[in-house]
Design a protein around this ligand. Structure first.
Ligand SMILES: Nc1ncnc2c1ncn2[C@@H]1O[C@H](COP(=O)(O)OP(=O)(O)OP(=O)(O)O)[C@@H](O)[C@H]1O
Ligand SMILES: [Mg+2]
Length: 214
């Protein structure tokens, strides 16, 4: 079953220096249970695409369907979670509070019991009571991953989730993403890392605003 479908998605940023066309008709599908990686050079539009798919940004043309429903505004928070490239942790909340936040706001399903478990699995359990400004960027990234997966969304979008991780923590993050797919989520991961591509079922390439391989 297709859990994520984009059809003819276009996005042009209106910049003072002129229009910046980034997405020029993106078509893609990710099935429930699939882990798909999204590759493409820096600046090719991977983050722009994930933001549109998550409903954080609006396409100029085209449609996005999540779990069979056309994406609306506000987006269906419980269906889809995005781990943004810039992480987006709230600086005034501890790592544990950040991970719990989507559940506490009613924007994700899942159990608060898993907050500690997920942080421990990702190797930041001892840092649960620290604020993002008191831990490294890679440690923040692992907390942001925990926040994205805790609600067990049907569609999980992760933007370079291993960018700041090392040889020990990277594979754990990949394992958490793979497990989400194996549990039935449609998982789309923008990445430059081979270890993530190797764990994927297939790879899509974003090239000049369109999917060129997939
Ligand atoms: N608000 C904006 N206004 C104008 N141009 C923008 C804006 N946001 C992004 N862009 C441009 O859109 C293009 C795509 O950016 P995007 O961040 O999606 O790339 P990316 O593929 O995720 O790159 P990276 O691998 O470096 O993360 C870039 O050329 C960028 O400069
Ligand atoms: Mg990016």
């Amino acid at each position: 079953m297709t859990a994520l479908r984009a059809t003819g998605v276009e996005r042009t940023f209106r910049h003072a220096s002129g229009p910046v066309p980034v997405l020029r008709g993106v078509d893609l599908e990710v099935a429930a249970g699939e882990l798909v990686t999204l590759s493409g050079p820096s600046g090719s539009g991977k983050s722009a695409l994930l933001a549109v798919l998550a409903g954080f940004d609006r396409a100029d043309a085209g449609t996005v369907e999540l779990a069979g429903e056309v994406l609306t505004s506000p987006p269906p928070w419980k269906v889809c979670a995005l781990l943004p490239q810039a992480l987006g942790l709230a600086g005034e909340l501890t790592l544990a509070e950040n991970v719990a936040l989507p559940i506490r706001l009613g924007r994700a399903g899942g159990s608060l019991d898993r907050v500690t478990e997920l942080l421990e699995e990702l190797g930041v359990g001892e840092l649960a009571d620290r604020y993002p400004g008191e831990v490294s960027f890679g440690q923040q990234q692992r907390a942001a991953l925990a926040r994205a997966v805790i609600g067990e969304p049907r569609v999980l979008l992760a933007d370079e989730p291993t960018a700041h991780l090392d040889q020990r923590t990277g594979p754990t993050a990949v394992h958490v993403l793979r497990r989400a797919a194996d549990a039935g989520a449609a998982v789309l991961v923008a990445t430059h890392h081979d270890e993530v591509h190797r764990a994927a079922d297939r790879t899509l390439v974003l090239d000049r605003g369109r999917i060129s391989v997939g």
